[in-house]
Design a protein. Structure first.
Length: 450
């Protein structure tokens, strides 16, 4: 495939000239002239001031430090449209570490806030112009074109696939993907050099491939189909988490197929003497037809059974390692909590005195949380089993309006039922599932944010 590097002369600064809001108050955001237009969202953070990673050299040790950006608390969100893949590449090239894209569009333009802040504003009657980054406020467009985003990060300790090798696998496995318009670029923390020594301290660590597709509303189905196709073709693997969970993985992140997902494609905040040079985004098949998602989905349906069989075989092979890791994990927890952790692992239940750590470090037992559902509904928490996971105090969310559950985004996702006491647990409790279609389906129903 021939790649076209974007001409930097096409840039006009922080606001690309070719982008314009796609919302028409008289007709919604539908415009008959934009059936070939790419729809997306653009978020600029105000708190924190940086969304992407910060990379710097420790002056004392010379070690290269990578510091994650904080979760989005407040920011401005607008709906944008690009006429073609080259214009989309120019937008990406102009993004900074304080901005991100969403491949769903916000239902209106305004200030994005946390769900907790939105509920408080609604209660005070001051929510006009506010929206949360969830599936109540972001959705894939039902018209025009969309972006099927593939995000690749190699397993820890392994050499990353080269661009050509990764793209070749995707194109061979995913029908129609080779000829569609698409953009390739390195991940936000890639391509870091020391300006004083000229040494490259980080090469290409991860990669993005943004494929222009039709029928954006079918992107979640297409993402699941792509996962089945990869597993059926032998490109899946099982990763054992720190807690001993069996996580299904392939050559891209399934969490990308969510309309509210932030994609930090704008690069990192790099502190001198380090510098970043990722080059210009590479554009392929500029004049090609978009990927037809119907065909991709049908192909995935044909191999779904084969893929599921491959996943089960891989899990059986990894089970001894997982059991060993789980024993290590449980031994690292206080003795009085091990039974509760074991129940969470085996039955997907969090019961009574099990303590959750809320955003802001407030601790609340499950029984107390269930006594005040109005307060804690959609509140954010650390992961219940691995509270230290990524240092993220908002990675899990409680849904208490119907059957009370806690959904954690850690390791691809897990759902836990919440019970005030042992007596409330049914004979057949719900089983927590990690990184599979059961969780993804429930996640869609709940409208989870991540």
């Amino acid at each position: 495939m021939k790649a076209t590097a974007l001409n930097p002369a096409a840039r006009t600064g922080n606001t690309p000239w070719f982008l314009k809001p796609c919302y028409d108050p008289n007709s919604g955001f539908y415009n008959p002239e934009t059936e070939k237009t790419i729809f997306l969202g653009w978020v600029k953070a105000t708190k924190p001031s940086r969304l992407s990673k910060k990379i710097y050299k420790n002056p004392a040790t010379g070690e290269i430090v990578k510091e994650s950006g904080g979760p989005l608390i407040t920011g401005e969100v607008v709906r944008w449209e690009a006429a073609n893949v080259t214009e989309l590449a120019a937008l990406i090239g102009d993004l900074g570490p304080n901005a991100a894209l969403t491949y769903g569009v916000p239902l209106w333009e305004g200030t994005v806030v946390t769900q907790e802040a939105l509920r408080a504003a609604e209660a005070a009657g001051s929510a006009r112009g506010l929206l949360a980054r969830d599936r109540k406020h972001f959705a894939y467009s039902s018209i025009g074109l969309g972006i099927l985003a593939f995000d690749y990060d190699p397993p820890e300790g392994e050499t990353p696939l080269a661009r050509e090798a990764w793209m070749r696998i995707l194109h061979e496995v995913l029908p129609g993907s080779k000829d569609a318009p698409q953009i390739w670029l390195p991940s936000a923390s890639s391509c870091i050099a020391d300006a004083e020594t000229g040494e490259q301290v980080r090469g290409i660590c991860g990669q993005r491939l943004l494929v222009i597709c039709d029928k954006p509303s079918r992107i979640p189905e297409a993402g699941e189909a792509a996962n089945w196709l990869m597993w059926a073709a032998g490109h899946g693997r099982i990763q054992v988490s720190a807690s001993g969970a069996l996580l299904t993985r392939t050559l891209f992140d399934l969490a990308m197929f969510s309309p509210e997902r932030l994609d930090f494609v704008g690069g990192a905040e790099v502190v001198p003497p380090l510098k970043q040079d990722r080059g210009e985004p590479l554009v392929f098949n500029e004049g090609g037809a978009p990927l037809r998602l119907d065909g991709l989905i049908r192909a995935g349906e044909k191999v779904e059974a084969k893929a599921k069989q491959a996943i089960e075989q891989a899990k059986r092979a990894a089970k001894p390692q997982a059991e060993e890791q789980r024993a290590i994990f449980l031994a690292s927890r206080p003795a009085e909590l091990r039974q509760a952790y074991q129940r969470a692992f085996e039955d997907g239940c969090l019961v009574g005195d099990f303590v959750l750590i809320a955003s802001g470090s407030e601790r609340v037992a499950v029984a107390e949380l269930l006594k005040d559902r109005e307060r804690w509904h959609e509140a954010r928490f650390r992961d219940p089993l691995e509270p230290e996971y990524r240092g993220d105090e908002r990675i899990a969310v409680a849904y208490l309006d119907k059957t009370p559950v806690l959904y954690s985004h850690a390791h691809g996702g897990a759902t836990y039922r919440l019970y005030a006491s042992e007596d409330d647990i049914p004979i057949t409790p719900a089983i927590a599932s990690c990184g599979n279609s059961t969780v993804n389906t429930l996640w869609c129903q709940l409208g989870a944010t991540w």
